[in-house]
Design a protein around this ligand. Structure first.
Ligand SMILES: Nc1ncnc2c1ncn2[C@@H]1O[C@H](COP(=O)(O)OP(=O)(O)O)[C@@H](O)[C@H]1O
Ligand SMILES: [Mg+2]
Length: 258
């Protein structure tokens, strides 16, 4: 399995507060890694750091994130722009906000592909194939962001990542704004992209039950620090930290399965 993202000693600080520290994290192709933790534990800060965007959100970042051999920490805006979309794509917590409210989705997608040097002629075919992949009709390309639902917006953003042939999808609470049926669809979709498309997936969630159903590797964060890091079964069946044990004890179905 190819190493898509290699993180070493990544610290994201706001003033004197360490919002998140990851000593090491590797995301391989075809692997789904989840970071789980309560609100404020540092999940979003960790993702922003991994994307090389910590400073944009006002943080001080140290450490290393290498993607395809390129160091993202301290990289120029231009270098980051060439990596985002091609190597890494963020599916944000509020996908509608990632879209342009004044632009039809078709135009938005075309411009996103053009930025990565994909010609108009091949963009169209790629976008249509990607929409089929995320189970959206081609007619959605004529719509504006406010005319689609949150679930559709999330799927559209994942579709864009597919059209760009992104190697790794990074999803922040991919399902929090959605109802359970739509949630299940998004999770199934991410799983399929990992299995059939060989994508690497990194997602964060506050919901350990969801993570348990999806991830190959689980990292548990609390107050900005990693308290548990291991393969899914190891974390779920042989947790080392008391905090992980507490989280597991709080999942009702989990206890009845034991
Ligand atoms: N832009 C910011 N400025 C100052 N502090 C922040 C900022 N963003 C997050 N934090 C702080 O960093 C910590 C981790 O936050 P965050 O990464 O958003 O956690 P999570 O995504 O797990 O809810 C919290 O203490 C939060 O208050
Ligand atoms: Mg968050």
């Amino acid at each position: 399995m190819t190493e898509l993202v290699v993180v070493n000693g990544l610290t994201v600080r706001y003033g004197t507060v360490i919002a998140s520290h990851l000593s090491s994290l590797v995301i391989h192709s075809g692997e789904c890694v989840a970071i789980v933790g309560e609100s404020g534990s540092g999940k979003t800060s960790a993702l922003m750091g991994i994307l090389g965007l910590g400073e944009v959100s006002g943080a001080e970042v140290s450490g290393s994130v290498r993607v395809g051999g390129v160091e993202l920490i301290g990289a120029s805006e231009r270098k980051l722009a060439s990596i985002h979309g091609a190597e890494l794509t963020l599916v944000s917590q509020s996908p509608q906000a990632a879209l342009n409210p004044t632009m039809r989705l078709g135009r938005f997608a075309q411009l996103a592909l053009a930025r990565h040097g994909i010609t108009r002629a091949s963009a169209r075919a790629r976008i249509e194939a990607a929409l089929a992949d995320v189970v959206l009709p081609p007619s959605i390309l004529r719509r504006y962001p406010h005319e689609i639902s949150g679930g559709q917006a999330q799927r559209f953003c994942i579709g864009l990542a597919v059209a760009l042939e992104t190697k790794c999808i990074i999803a922040d609470e991919p399902t929090s704004a959605l109802d359970v049926t739509v949630q299940a669809e998004i999770i199934r979709l991410l799983r399929r992209l990992r299995e059939d498309g060989g994508k690497g997936i990194l997602f964060v969630s506050h919901d350990l039950a969801l993570v348990a159903a999806t991830a190959d590797r689980i990292i548990v964060m609390k107050d900005g620090a990693v308290v548990e890091d291991g393969l899914r079964d190891q974390v779920l069946f042989h947790p080392q930290s008391d905090y992980t044990k507490e989280l597991l004890a709080a999942i009702p179905e989990w206890n009845t399965h034991e």
